[in-house]
Design a protein around this ligand. Structure first.
Ligand code: ZN
Length: 468
């Protein structure tokens, strides 16, 4: 509607000008080099307008012809980029689908078409990895280290490779380099902490663990447990260096952090005992017993009360039992002390209760011992031992990563080298029982790599979105 009105107005103006020119006739005379042209004023205006229009058309035509090569180049470049990104996308889809051949083909195509090394290098490396060509992948990742914008991605790729190859020394160096570039990356902090712990760098691991918990890579409860384990390892290290005060303070700190953590309580109690603080040692064990009655605590408590005569030892064990009166471990602890004191009736009463509550190999073995000691009844003892042989395995320090069973607790699994992986539980499948000489409780060198490598999870393959 508005356009129609405008058109009418324009026509009206032109008509008005034409009428005005018709009403005011005149002539225009041009005299140039002897040529004389005379015409009416209206005609002269028309010619002027026509010449102006022709000039504009000519100017535009000339510009289009001169600029043609440049716009053709622009068009070609944009087509090239479009094709490059298409190849890149198809390559990434192929990586996600596990199609190595297409991934590599598209990586080459994208590399030829695009001038975007960060993206094409990553795709090329992933394609090589997918094809199992670790050497080529390593070359791409190493080349990525030269550019600031791709260095972190390159380090991540190399780190993943060295973890896969089980080279933890190199992995630790790479993780530290990567952390200097991006200090607060959660997965990296989790990996770095695990590598430091496995390498026995307890103090460094403690610092990194704290950062990892703050960054949300490790949940706070698990973080506390790991920290207690690190403190215990620092305690062992201090003891080896002859620093008994530091050994105790670290063990005490671990116990204060987690009062129900059996290895911390047992160790703190033994160290307190070593400096003559028997009362404190007993209190430490009792505090843990309330939360977590455990055979390792029973052993430590026996050391604490060893200076007493057998009858008094039973009394002290009964005091310990009162901190968790209904637990089978309490019954077994008192039964053991009663056996040592030759209080047969009391031993039998506790063992019977334990048998009702939870039959186990240890209960059967203690019953066999009682039959032999009290009545010299070899037949009854053999019957209990036969039951013990058929009973399911008792709980033991079992590695959650490799299922190996360790005779004593340690921060590192002596079989697979995993950190803080020992749990007190019944082994699930056939287990590789380690004899003490094969199971160093504390090792400073990372053990042979486990097939599973739990705890290290920087991502097997680098996801395409890692580029962002
Ligand atoms: Zn293990």
């Amino acid at each position: 509607m508005t356009r129609a009105i405008w058109f009418i107005i324009k026509v009206a103006i032109v008509v008005a000008i034409a009428v005005w020119l018709a009403n005011h006739p005149g002539t225009v005379s041009v005299n140039w080099q002897g040529y004389v042209v005379e015409t009416g004023f209206g005609i002269a205006v028309l010619i002027g307008v026509a010449v102006l229009a022709a000039a504009i058309v000519l100017y535009r035509l000339a510009r289009a012809i001169i600029g043609a090569p440049r716009s053709l180049g622009r068009y070609r470049r944009s087509r090239r980029r479009e094709r490059g990104y298409k190849a890149l996308t198809r390559g990434m889809v192929a990586v996600a689908a596990g199609d190595a051949t297409t991934a590599r083909k598209m990586a080459r195509k994208a590399d030829g078409l695009l001038n975007e090394p960060p993206l094409t290098m990553l795709l090329s490396a992933q394609a090589a990895q997918l094809q199992g060509d670790d050497r080529a992948a390593k070359e791409y990742f190493t080349a990525m280290l030269d550019r600031p914008e791709t260095a972190f991605l390159g380090l991540r790729g190399l780190l993943t490779q060295s973890l896969k190859a089980g080279d933890r020394v190199e992995a630790l160096q790479l993780a530290r380099r990567a952390q200097s570039l991006q200090p607060n990356t959660p997965w990296l902090l989790g990996t770095l902490y695990d590598l430091e712990a496995r390498a026995g760098e307890w103090a460094a691991a403690e610092g990194t663990l704290q950062q990892a918990v703050q960054a949300g890579a490790i949940n706070p409860d698990l973080g506390r447990r790991h920290r207690a384990t690190l403190l215990l390892e620092r305690s062992f290290e201090a003891e080896r260096r002859g620093r008994s005060d530091s050994a105790l303070s670290h063990a005490q700190a671990a116990h204060d952090l987690l009062s129900g953590f059996v290895p911390a309580a047992a160790r703190a109690a033994r160290l307190q005992m070593a400096i003559g603080k028997h009362k404190n040692a007993a209190k430490t064990i009792e505090r843990c017993w309330r939360v977590n009655p455990h055979p390792d605590l029973t052993s430590a408590y026996r050391e604490v009360v060893s200076s007493y005569d057998p009858m008094n030892r039973v009394k002290l064990f009964e005091k310990l039992r009162n901190h968790a009166p209904h637990d089978v471990e309490s019954l077994l602890a008192v039964a053991r002390a009663a056996l040592d004191a030759q209080l047969w009736g009391e031993a039998r009463a506790h063992l019977t209760k334990a048998l009702e509550a939870r039959p186990s190999r240890r209960v059967y073995q203690l019953l066999a011992e009682l039959e032999r000691a009290e009545r010299q009844d070899e037949e009854a003892a053999r019957a209990w031992l036969a039951q013990a042989a058929n009973a399911p395995a008792d709980a033991a320090w079992t590695c959650t990563a490799c299922n190996a069973v360790s005779p004593s607790w340690g921060g590192l699994c002596g079989h697979c080298g995993a950190f803080d992986s020992l749990e007190w539980k019944a082994p699930t499948v056939s287990l590789s029982l380690m004899t003490p000489e094969h199971a160093p409780a504390i090792t400073h060198q990372a053990a042979e790599p486990a097939s599973g490598q739990p705890g290290i999870a920087p991502g097997g393959q680098i996801a395409p979105q890692a580029a962002t």
